[in-house]
Design a protein. Sequence first.
Length: 213
Amino acid sequence: MAREFKDSLFRFIFGSAANFAKLYFWAAKKELPKNIKPYKTTKFLTSVFANDIAFTTPDERLIIFFEHQSTNNPNMALRCCLYYFDFILNLIKRDKKKVIKLFSSSLMKIPAPEFYVFYNGREPLKQTQYHIAENFPDGKSLFLHAKAMALDIRYETLKRQNYQNRDELLGYSYYIDRTEHHLKEAHSLHDAHALAKEDCRKEQLLLSYIDRE
C-alpha cells in the first residue's frame, strides 16, 4: 500500500485536537490541557518535507510532534530536531521582541519539545527510541541530546498487547491491516479499500471516517 495513503489518513484522523490529545494520552500517559493549538512546519529540503502533526499547549510551554512512519528510519531524531528548529525559528521571526531578546542579556524561554513516531509498517519495529547522538560520527555527544519515542501501532501488535479501546487508533490500525490483507487478492487498491471499509462497518470501527477519506 502506498505510504502516502497511510500518512494522509493518519493526518486526517489525528489532526483534530481531540484525537491528537487521546493518542498523546496513550503514548505519554499524560493528559493535555484544553484548547491545544495546531502548528504546521514549513516545507523545507523538498517540497513535501514537513512534519505530519504538531500541537502546542495554550501557554506554549510545550510543543508535541507526531510523525507517522511506514518504514524503519534511524534518522527520526534528526528529522524531529529539524522540525523543532523550524518551529523555533518561526516563533522568533514572527515577534520582533523575541528577536531583540535573543541578543539581549535576558534569558528567553522557548517551548519544550516532545517527539513521537508512530510506526505502521510491514517489518517489525527495530527501535523504540531514536537518539540524535546516533547520527554523530562517534555515536555520542556531550553537547546535544535529543530523542524520539517510537510506538508500534500495527494492528497485530495492538491485538497482541490486548488493546481494549475501540477508538480511532484501533480503527485506523484495523483499516490499514484489512486493506493490506485484501490487496493480496483484490483487483485494485480501490477494491481493497472497499472491502476494508466493509470490515470496519462489521466491527463498528472508524465509522466517522471511512466514507469521508
